[in-house]
Design a protein around this ligand. Structure first.
Ligand SMILES: [Zn+2]
Ligand SMILES: [Zn+2]
Length: 362
């Protein structure tokens, strides 16, 4: 029997989102239905609403979620009803060339549920990032469910499913930050601030947070930034980072904005043989011009981070354990909890930089 639940729908480009009744089918082979307990509001949801990702309206928004597995389809062994899970948007296939070479965090053939959730009139919904968790229940591929310790708060745990994982992983997995490193983070929204937290967790000795917004820098200080650079008012970011690193630049610079000008800052604010990690998402029209001699002469690594290069089955349970031990302050990212019908207002607060994360709690 399919079920009818409430979910947040984006019907058309730029239109305000609305709560509608959606139909969730019973899980088929390899699928699971999850009772959502909490789901964070992410820029990507807004991006879907604005038509910036694709035109497959209507979308069922929401993708940073935790909840309890309600039912599973045939052949599902990774999770069972009653399990507390974080939803991920990169369920690995186990068979593509990346998976076969033992690098499933780069899986090139990740998958979602095969069946579609619909509106009451049968219109098929496109779930954001294959999840669609601004809904009381959602249908996903079983591999999108990662079981973690149920002692964790659902609001905090769900954030690991997207932006916070992207930032933590940009520092720890992609950037390979290690003890004693100097790290600069350019752009301190949810992802950048998670990168600050990740750098601290990895033992960085110096963590420099760069942003134009004083409120974001204050949050970065609270999460472990040792220095802040307020880039408003024409401050030279490269010079400021060099001045804080004995004139050399940082070992790892994390670019969490996704723009050519901030990428160039990251490139030149990095020490020789250092690493730049791009985790901010650019738009299609952006291009980058750099002197090739500088790319060669400065050495090191220029990397991009997909979802923090995370492997959910490896990283989510470990990070939740650190959270429960008081070593990873995920609660700091939950600025406010809201109801399902308050997502549109939360978009406005997010755009205004007022919140790190608003989280819908059911
Ligand atoms: Zn694969
Ligand atoms: Zn997200």
């Amino acid at each position: 029997m399919s079920q009818q639940v409430r979910g947040v729908i984006a019907r058309g480009k730029g239109e305000a989102v609305e709560v509608a009744t959606i139909v969730v089918p019973d899980p088929g082979p390899g699928e699971a239905v999850v009772k959502v307990q909490a789901c964070g509001v992410c820029h990507t949801d807004l991006h879907y609403r604005e038509g910036g990702i694709n035109d497959e309206f209507p979308f069922l928004l929401g993708h940073e979620a935790a909840g309890v597995v309600e039912s599973v389809g045939a052949g599902v062994t990774e999770v069972a009803p009653g399990d507390f899970v974080i939803l991920n948007w990169r369920a690995v296939c186990g068979q593509c060339r990346a998976c076969r070479r033992g690098r499933p965090q780069y899986c090139f053939a990740t998958h979602n549920a095969k069946q579609k959730m619909t509106l009451l009139d049968g219109t098929e919904l496109s779930p954001a990032l294959g999840i669609g968790a601004f809904a009381e229940k959602t249908l996903v591929a079983a591999g999108q469910c990662t079981k973690v310790d149920p002692a964790a708060s659902p609001a905090a745990a769900g954030l690991l499913g997207c932006g916070v994982m992207a930032g933590l992983g940009a520092a720890i997995n992609t950037g390979g930050v290690s003890r004693g490193d100097s790290v600069a983070v350019i752009g301190c929204g949810g992802v950048g601030n998670a990168a600050v937290l990740g750098a601290r967790l990895a033992g960085a000795a110096k963590i420099i947070a760069v942003d134009l917004d004083r409120r974001k820098l204050d949050r970065a200080s609270g999460l472990g930034a040792t220095h802040v650079v307020d880039a408003s008012g024409g401050v030279d970011v490269v010079e400021a980072v060099r001045a804080l690193t004995d004139g050399h630049g940082a070992d790892v610079v994390i670019e969490a904005v996704g723009r050519p000008e901030t990428y160039k800052q990251a490139f030149y604010a990095r020490d020789l043989a250092g690493t730049v990690v791009l985790v901010g998402v650019p738009t299609p029209e952006m291009t980058l011009e750099l002197p090739l001699l500088d790319v060669f002469g400065r050495g090191g690594a220029l990397k991009s981070s997909w979802y923090g290069d995370c492997l959910p089955s490896r990283d989510f349970p470990m990070l939740i354990d650190l959270y429960l031990q008081g070593r990873l302050d995920l609660d700091a990212f939950v600025t406010e909890t809201i109801a399902l019908d308050e997502v549109e207002q939360a978009f406005a607060r997010m755009q205004g930089g007022d919140v790190l994360r608003s989280v819908v709690v059911f």
